[in-house]
Design a protein around this ligand. Structure first.
Ligand code: B12
Length: 208
């Protein structure tokens, strides 16, 4: 962990964040390690918001700093070799957080998966349509708001009721989603980062 980067992200010190990300990239630090530090800093931003030390404007600012840092990090590499399979991804309805979803999407693509990104605020009908159309073995639902846990649960239930769960694994993720929340929602696995998603999908889709 790079404490300087984590603290600068938490303090929304844009200049330091950007300089540090640039330096890390030049030093050859793995991209996923840089993202993990930024993610940790964002977690602290969230805690400060909860304690009312930060307000909505700081949340918005944190997203901007994160996105600028992502631009410096640049591409995570292009897909190589054969298509490893389809992965459908989206953020659940009533939730517009998309930074984590976009990271998972980019990392999955760079590992050769064909990602169908449904966007944010995705209604159940859109997931069902995508499952019928693309027949994925795995789908992902991002959820950053505890108030949306029931939406994910309901969405998964409706996918099941439509008879589409049999050969389908459902991954969930997002800051506040822990093991208990995942169980409550009826998901197969809670993923804390993009690499875990890649590892799971490689196994599920029989990729060596
Ligand atoms: C940035 C931010 C915002 C930005 C989002 C910008 C954007 N384009 O996404 C803005 C300002 C819009 C925002 C708005 C709000 N936010 Co907000 N936000 C955050 C913050 C600080 C960071 C989120 C983030 O991007 N993290 C960095 C990314 C990289 O991490 P990540 O999302 O967790 O993703 C990683 C993993 O979790 C995993 N992953 C994520 N999703 C998935 C999905 C799958 C399938 C898989 C496999 C893996 C996976 O992989 C990712 C990469 O490693 C969090 C704090 C936190 N702790 O998360 C609060 C937080 C999520 N927000 C919160 C709140 C309350 C709100 C608002 C309601 C505030 C308000 N009063 O309006 C609104 C809600 C808007 C809405 N309807 O969605 C609360 C939620 C609390 C709760 N108990 O539910 C949090 C936790 C802050 C807090 N502690 O209070 N927010």
């Amino acid at each position: 962990m790079n404490k300087k980067l984590v603290d600068a992200m938490a303090d929304l010190d844009e200049d330091v964040v950007l300089a540090e990300v640039k330096a890390q990239k030049e030093n050859g630090t793995p991209v996923l390690d840089i993202i993990a530090d930024l993610q940790e800093g964002m977690g602290i931003v969230g805690s400060r918001f909860e304690k009312k030390e930060y307000f909505l404007s700081e949340l918005i600012m944190s997203a901007e700093v994160f996105n600028e840092a992502s631009e410096i990090i640049g591409g995570l590499g292009e897909a190589s070799g054969p298509n490893n399979g389809i992965f459908v991804m989206g953020t659940i309805y009533d939730d517009i957080h998309d930074i984590g979803k976009n990271i998972v999407t980019t990392v999955m693509k760079s590992n050769g998966f064909d990602v169908k990104d449904l966007g944010v605020d995705v209604p159940t009908s859109k997931y069902i349509e995508a499952i019928k159309q693309y027949k994925p073995k795995v789908i992902g639902i991002s959820c950053l708001l505890t108030t949306c846990f029931d939406n994910v649960k309901q969405c998964i239930k409706e996918i099941e009721d439509a008879g589409l769960r049999k050969d389908l694994k459902i991954l969930v993720g997002g800051g506040p989603v822990d093991e208990n929340a995942g169980k409550y929602m009826g998901a197969d696995l809670v993923c804390k980062d993009a690499q875990q998603t890649v590892d799971f999908c490689k196994k599920a889709m029989g990729v060596k």
